[in-house]
Design a protein around this ligand. Structure first.
Ligand code: ZN
Length: 45
C-alpha cells in the first residue's frame, strides 16, 4: 500500500507549524507546538 505524503499533519495549522491570526500576523500553533505534525505520542487529554 502506498502512503500519502501527508504524515499526520496538524489539523490546526495544516502542517505549517503556525496559525494565521485574524487580527494579523502569525502565532506558533498551539496544536503542534510549531512542529506542524500531530502529536500522537502524547497521551494527555
Ligand atoms: Zn499545528
Amino acid at each position: 500500500m502506498r502512503r500519502t505524503v501527508t504524515i499526520n499533519a496538524c489539523p490546526y495549522c495544516e502542517g505549517h507549524g503556525y496559525v494565521q491570526l485574524l487580527l494579523g500576523g502569525s502565532e506558533t500553533c498551539y496544536g503542534c507546538q510549531g512542529t506542524g505534525s500531530e502529536p500522537e505520542e502524547d497521551d494527555k487529554h
